[in-house]
Design a protein around this ligand. Structure first.
Ligand SMILES: Cc1ncc(COP(=O)(O)O)c(C=O)c1O
Length: 408
């Protein structure tokens, strides 16, 4: 049984091999361990496992070999090529969850308490925004929302409000594809003793590695590009303070019960193996699609980080390998035109979510951001004519042909 402990030099080699342990039955892939509990040879062994004296699985909510491989692979990808203060590669701990929202819940409940405040940007995934505005305030945790692309406003907000404990960034962000400067904001946050957490879902570790800038936590909805095929809901929380991750955060994860399961973990592991090749194609296609849309007479505006016209183009260039696969655009004739366009699509899929091989198209105002009040939506640039696209990896000429016929 060969054990792969080779010093991988490339991202895809890590994506394919990291985290894998040779299977005792010589299976090529780590099997789906569909078992809720794990056997002790004798009572003493059970005691040693509970006390932490002996490593080993105990109970499925706490961990599972299929899940461990997935967690180690994600940790290896998020830390790939990043050296710590000592010059050695940084070590991260990843905890897989049932969904992105479960990972976010562990993060906020594991790090904040009543009276604490979160400083964040206004353009966030709708579910995150609702969590911050509806679920956390009754627990005494409040979100302060500022345009974090304005570093002076960010610095002033950190000084003005007492009890800000966390800077929470989502970049690029839903659905106007805004981008905030992770490096500059982390410097400001650290000068003010704040925890920094980044939702890296849209970028993936192939395009952007927030730990490079000294952030404390990264989280993903693995449902999206990491899985890549739309086969499972999932989330992951990663941290660099290993004692804290293995201690308090693991406790919160286990006790809140938002654990993943071996089947979804298996799907995610297989999906991540092709992350680099998928992201290269996604980004190439997105650039072509953005160029096509930008010159189309039915479209008044295209939000794509690869276009020089995007206000955050420079920030994206600074911190992302490529500008990503997400874009949004506004139909000149508003809601009716947006509905007509969506109804006429023949190959692109009418669905929310993102990051699958197939192109997904949705209408944020009536779908992902339906619960955000209209005046706030408009203030955030989520107009009735806005369409969001997760550009897939089909042959780009077919994507463009479908858009062209639907825009007629
Ligand atoms: C950027 C972002 N973060 C978090 C989430 C929540 O993830 P999940 O649906 O896996 O709970 C989503 C879901 O769409 C998302 O787009």
């Amino acid at each position: 049984m060969p054990v792969k402990k080779f010093p991988f030099s490339g991202f895809s080699s890590v994506a394919i091999h990291a985290g894998h342990e040779a299977d005792p039955n010589y299976a090529h892939l780590t099997p789906i361990y569909a078992s809720s509990t794990y056997v002790f040879d004798e009572a003493e062994q059970g005691m040693r496992r509970f006390s932490g004296e002996e490593k080993g699985y105990i109970y499925g909510r706490w961990g599972n070999p299929t899940i461990t491989e997935t967690e180690e692979k994600i940790a290896a990808l998020e830390s790939f090529g990043i050296a710590g203060e000592t010059g050695n590669p940084i070590e991260l701990k990843a905890i897989l969850h049932a969904s992105g929202m479960a990972a976010l819940s562990t993060l906020v409940i594991g790090t904040l308490k009543a009276g604490d405040k979160i400083l964040t940007h206004y353009s966030l995934y709708g579910g995150t925004q609702e969590l911050f505005e509806k679920v956390l305030p009754p627990l005494g945790i409040e979100a302060i929302i500022v345009d974090l692309r304005d570093l002076h406003a960010a610095a002033n907000a950190m000084k003005a409000a007492s009890n800000i404990k966390m800077l929470y960034l989502e970049t690029p962000a839903n659905p106007t594809i805004q981008c905030v400067d992770i490096e500059e904001l982390t410097l400001l946050a650290k000068a003010n003793n704040l925890i920094v957490a980044v939702d890296n879902t849209f970028a993936t570790p192939y395009l952007q590695q927030p730990f490079q800038y000294g952030v404390d936590y990264v989280f993903h909805s693995t449902t999206k590009f990491l899985n890549g095929h739309g086969t499972a809901i999932g989330g992951v929380l990663l941290g660099k303070d290993l004692a804290h991750m293995n201690g308090h955060i693991t406790k919160v994860h286990r006790l809140l019960g938002g654990n993943s399961n071996p089947f979804d973990a298996f799907l995610l592991t297989q999906g991540m193996k092709t992350l680099e090749v998928r992201m290269e194609r996604h980004c190439h296609n997105a650039m072509e699609v953005a160029g096509f849309l930008e010159q189309h007479p039915a479209v008044s505006k295209v939000n794509y980080l690869g276009l020089a016209s995007h206000p955050d183009h420079y920030t994206a260039t600074k911190q992302m390998r490529h500008p990503g696969a997400m874009l949004s655009f506004e139909m000149k004739d508003g809601l009716e035109a947006a509905k007509n366009f969506i109804d006429k699509l023949q190959m692109c899929i009418r669905a929310v979510s993102l990051g699958t091989c197939d192109t997904l198209i949705s209408h944020p105002a009536s779908m992902t951001h339906y619960s955000v009040p209209k005046e706030k939506r408009e203030q955030y640039g989520i107009t009735d004519g806005l369409i969001r696209m997760s550009v897939g990896i089909e042959n780009v000429q077919d994507i463009i042909m479908d858009l062209e016929q639907a825009l007629k």
